[in-house]
Structure formats: C-alpha cells, structure tokens
Write a protein that binds this ligand. Structure first.
Ligand code: FOL
Length: 220
C-alpha cells in the first residue's frame, strides 16, 4: 500500500514580487533567526526529508550540506533516470539523487513503507520542498503540495528568481485560471500547532530587514 505523501514548501520571499534569490544565492544576508527557524522547522520530529533542486544544493555552504538531521534529496535532470538509489553512507553523508520531483517522491513513498532503519523517512517524517523556483513550480503542480511555510520579507531586495505563486498580500490567494487551487492563510495558532513551536507575532526585525512568518494551506 502506498502512503499518501504530503508536501510542505518552505520559502522566504519578498512581499513585493515573491523574490527568493539573486545571483545563485539568497537575496539577503544575515537573517540568522530566520534561517534558524528554517532549520528547526525542517528538523523537528524524526525522519524528515528536504527536497531541493541542484542549484539550491550548490547554494548551500558546503559545511552545512547535506542539511544535518534530514534526508536530503537533490533533483537534477542529469542524474540517472529511474528510482533513486539509497545513499551509500547513510542519510547524513550524501544526498539521494533523483532525476525528477516525481522520482524523488516515488523514492520517499517507498522509504515510508520499507522498514530499512537507515531510511530517514521510514518513520513517517515530514517532506519539505526547499526550492528553488523550478522545483517549487513542479511541486505546486502536484496535489501533494498542501502547505507553504512562507516567510514574507517586507523589506525589498533586488531578485532574479521568484516563487511561482503569489501569496501573502491578502488572506486568500487564487490563481485567475479556472480549476487553480485556492490558498488560505492559517492563523498564528494553527501555524504554531503545525510546526510545534510558538510563532513570533507580527513583523520581525533582523538588522535592517523586516519579515513575518506565515502558513498557507491549499483548500480543495
Ligand atoms: N526558507 C526560509 N524560510 N528561509 C530560507 O532562508 C530558505 N532557504 C532555502 C529554502 N527555504 C528557505 C534555500 N537556501 C541553508 C542555506 C541556504 C538555503 C537553505 C538552507 C543552510 O545552510 N541551512 C542550515 C542552517 C545553517 C545555519 O544555522 O546558519 C540548516 O541546517 O538548515
């Protein structure tokens, strides 16, 4: 039996135009508390996985990758087709290499049902999609994409990469197209209950930068 797998996208994006990146990296520097939130939320619980594109993998400082305590799955069209192989040295040593998001999910579905102790996702961990734009776009086309943990960066930054869905301006976001899913912003209490920690209220300030933690869910 296949376990339905639910995807949560985690992203920090500018309020003005959903900018997420510039020149191969994040648009900002020094959002240490924001990054700590990302790390805590994606680690909490057992057996979580983070799925990312190859460019996002390259953007993570080598000393931080693979992201510790999470099964890292990296997607590149140049990886071997078919079901990804288990990483050679356990989940913290090397990432799982998948040729598409679909193959990454197929791998994680099997990891859920197999009893291999090494499988970082075998105890029902959460699956997070952590970017970048191409992988967010692929994820948003799937029914499995249920939730977005959005850090809405109020301060403006010049960006060359954008999150492919407008969220965070009003409490309901609907694509203009027929059949497109509707996204609603959940309350701070619902957000806290889902991530398992208190959510700081209102606009946060780190250095010169202002941002707000939000949770959005797709309603169908
Ligand atoms: N989501 C949010 N909310 N903020 C982000 O900065 C973010 N970044 C990415 C995806 N979703 C995000 C992709 N970029 C690291 C670096 C870049 C990156 C994601 C993660 C990283 O080094 N993470 C370490 C924390 C290191 C530290 O403590 O400074 C980790 O263990 O998660």
């Amino acid at each position: 039996a296949t376990v339905p797998l639910e995807l949560t996208l985690v992203v920090a994006a500018t309020a003005r135009d959903m900018g997420i990146g510039a020149n191969g990296g994040l648009p900002w520097t020094g959002l240490r508390k924001e990054m700590a939130y990302f790390a805590r939320v994606t680690k909490r619980g057992d057996g979580n996985a983070v799925i990312m594109g190859r460019k996002t993998w390259d953007s993570i400082p080598p000393k931080f990758r693979p992201l510790r305590g999470r099964l890292n799955v990296v997607i590149s069209r140049s990886f071997a087709p078919g079901l990804p192989k288990d990483p050679a040295d356990g989940p913290d040593a090397s990432p799982v290499e998948a040729s598409s998001l679909e193959m990454a999910l197929e791998y994680l579905r099997r990891a859920k049902v197999d009893s291999a102790a090494e499988s970082a996702n075998s105890r029902g961990g959460r699956v997070f999609v952590i970017g970048g734009a191409q992988i967010y776009g692929a994820a948003l086309r799937l029914v499995e994409a249920r939730r977005v943990l959005l850090t809405r960066v109020v301060s403006d930054f010049s960006c060359d990469t954008f999150f492919p869905l407008a969220l965070g301006t009003t409490s309901v976001a609907a694509d203009k197209t027929a059949d497109a899913p509707t996204w609603v912003q959940r309350s701070r209490a619902e957000h806290a209950a889902w991530i398992g920690e208190e959510v700081p209220d209102g606009v946060q300030t780190e250095g010169e930068t202002q941002y707000e933690f939000q949770m959005w869910e797709r309603v169908d």
